[in-house]
Design a protein around this ligand. Structure first.
Ligand SMILES: Cc1cc2nc3c(=O)[nH]c(=O)nc-3n(C[C@H](O)[C@H](O)[C@H](O)COP(=O)(O)O)c2cc1C
Length: 217
């Protein structure tokens, strides 16, 4: 039986055909390049390319990270939604800054985004909530995310009641549901290379525009 260290060392990285990335052809704005990479990831068959790691700062000063689904990207920033009473919601209200990390392994690509986070107005959060399928709305309306759960039966009962409520009141909106926009201060695009000469392009905000620079791999 090989030990874990040897086993891990034997696992492949950057396998298969990798895409080309020429930073000289990169657009002026990181959101434009992000959407191009996201679309390319979908085209390359990457599963759930809109799943990202959201890192926040905990009340104890220790980072806290979890995977979340990306809702939108535009000139204003990267959008996601949280329940305000969840640990990530509380982290963000205490410290409204975060990092997002995307990893598309089939392409050896990573995108890192850092910036400040602001809650969107209640009407936009409500619209985002109502656009979710009934099952997701019922789950979000439980409002107890990440708290200790006594047993599965308690969950089953709560989900059943929540589904009934959503069925009876299709316009019901969870007041704590919060659509958030991360306004990026820096965005880094990382393209892996089999010969380890990885390409890194970093955008940094300069007032109303962006500067671009290459980074050592
Ligand atoms: C692929 C994937 C997608 C997920 N999407 C969401 C999501 O959109 N919203 C959400 O609240 N949790 C989502 N989760 C669960 C979170 O990672 C996390 O467990 C949960 O939000 C509780 O986080 P918190 O205790 O830090 O608030 C997802 C997990 C995975 C693996």
């Amino acid at each position: 039986m090989t030990d874990t260290r040897t086993y891990l060392r034997g696992l492949p990285v950057f396998a298969g055909e990798l895409p080309r990335f020429d930073p000289g052809e990169a657009p002026d704005r990181p959101d434009t390049l992000f959407v191009a990479w996201l679309t390319a990831a979908v085209g390359a068959g990457v599963r759930e390319p809109h799943a990202m790691t959201l890192s926040t700062v905990g009340a104890d000063g220790v980072p806290n990270a979890r995977i979340l689904i990306l809702k939108n990207v535009d000139r204003d920033g990267w959008q996601f939604a949280v329940h305000a009473a969840s640990p990530k919601g509380r982290d963000l209200s205490r410290h409204p800054a975060a990092a997002l990390t995307f990893h598309w392994p089939e392409q050896a690509r990573q995108v890192r985004v850092r910036g400040t986070v602001r809650p969107e107005p209640a009407d936009r959060s409500a619209a985002d909530f109502l656009a979710r399928p009934p099952g997701s709305r019922a789950e979000a309306s439980l409002g107890r995310q990440s708290r200790p759960l006594a047993d599965r039966e308690t969950l089953d009962r709560a989900v059943e009641q929540a589904r009934e409520r959503i069925g009876n009141e299709p316009g019901y909106v969870v007041a704590e549901w919060t659509l958030c926009t991360l306004a990026a201060t820096e965005v880094e695009f990382w393209q892996g290379d089999k010969e380890r000469k990885h390409t890194r392009l970093r955008y940094a905000r300069t007032g109303s525009g962006w500067m671009r620079e290459l980074l050592w791999p």
